[in-house]
Design a protein around this ligand. Sequence first.
Ligand SMILES: Cc1cc2nc3c(=O)[nH]c(=O)nc-3n(C[C@H](O)[C@H](O)[C@H](O)COP(=O)(O)OP(=O)(O)OC[C@H]3O[C@@H](n4cnc5c(N)ncnc54)[C@H](O)[C@@H]3O)c2cc1C
Length: 431
Amino acid sequence: MTSSTRDQKATSAIAIIGAGAAGLMAAIHAATGSRPVLLLEGSRRPGQKILISGGGRCNVLPAHATAADFISDSSPHLVRKILTAWPLDAVRRFFEADLGVPFKLEAETGKLFPVSDRARTVLDALLAAAAARGVRLQTAARVTALTREGELWRVRLANDAVISAGRVILATGGLSVPATGSDGVGLCLAQALGHTLTPTYPALVPLTAAHAGHRALAGLSLPVTMWTERIASPVAASGQPDERPRHRQPTDVQTRGGFLFTHRGYSGPAVLNISHVATRALQAGTARPAIFVQWTDLDAAAWEKLLCANRRPLLPLLRDFLPERLAAQLLVEAGLSVVDAAHLRREERRRLVQLLTRYPLPYTGHEGYRTAEVTGGGIPLHEVVPATLESRLAPGLHLCGEMLDAFGPIGGYNFLWAWVTGSIAGRACRT
Ligand SMILES: Cc1cc2nc3c(=O)[nH]c(=O)nc-3n(C[C@H](O)[C@H](O)[C@H](O)COP(=O)(O)OP(=O)(O)OC[C@H]3O[C@@H](n4cnc5c(N)ncnc54)[C@H](O)[C@@H]3O)c2cc1C
């Protein structure tokens, strides 16, 4: 399926740039029409992010999703319009019935995985479906320039080969985990054609910290509730206050889920889902938003009552609700390691309850695009036609996947976005 001829002419061909989740889905849907479809992948192997996703198991979809689950600076109406073009149930049926990839539900998280528990099953099914429909995949075909000449697109590769196409689908992903092939070149190609960019930022990324007591807890995980509190107004990458109307503030996020202490800081779904608030603020140079943790299901009033009613030593008491090592750490931080509940002074009890229910996470930064699961920001949704994802600035060019300004939480939402937007772009090109 590979070739590298100098000047390939296929005037009415559809050229899809990027064979990740969105590009593969676009190719499958584009190829059910009459035009030849050429899928250009910059790296040697397609779908590398699919293979590393979900810890190698690929969380293909969430069991439920709404537009409100997604973060975007664009209008929520546009996010909704795009997502409803291929409803979640239909996407699921496509994988299970058409591609032959049955799913199983992980009940406690609402995530759908292939029954095989292998991401390879998902990628192989997508590649087989594309090949069966006649898609020509060309690997090691890195696109460096995209220009319009009359009715045709000229797609230039790194080896100087030029491919002509009637329509082009840009599916090059964002900036996250560049080792998988997505390094943001596609965003530059779109900008060169007149598109703007909502400043990009790492999202779903571990936070870093330099807290010796916490480093000693590395490997410990527990379910928590986390939230941010920030009042500062959003600031654009230019450093100037961003005066554009915001449809959904990326501030004051609340998440619930797993929290993991690591050697470098904090990770786990709850941390990843809230991390964009920190990365955006740090990138913009605004005040670092405070992130608070409630370590157990008990709120401040419940802890007050419990501590007042108890005469037990504090460590065994806290151990009933928290992992012992974390309970001990919180007591050290409260300066109460050797105190009994019975002897707590009011101020000491208040301090302990605060640490248990409103713990200010001492993060210092984040791990950046190297480990971020997605890229926030990207091409604003109002610059594409929602029904076709055709560029409003460069007709004949369609944009899909992570390069568009929307991302979802951990749980299969980001692949849902890639499958839906890829299919919209692919279908729109086949006529
Ligand atoms: C570690 C990790 C785990 C994840 N797990 C999950 C999960 O379980 N569930 C979930 O929903 N999401 C998950 N995600 C997010 C998900 O992988 C992405 O949202 C999704 O892959 C985006 O699809 P895409 O096709 O837009 O971009 P990508 O998958 O990044 O694909 C872009 C493709 O374009 C190619 N390309 C880039 N530039 C060029 C160029 N100039 N010329 C030619 N080709 C080019 C790249 O090589 C790449 O193959 C995970 C992400 C990571 C990093």
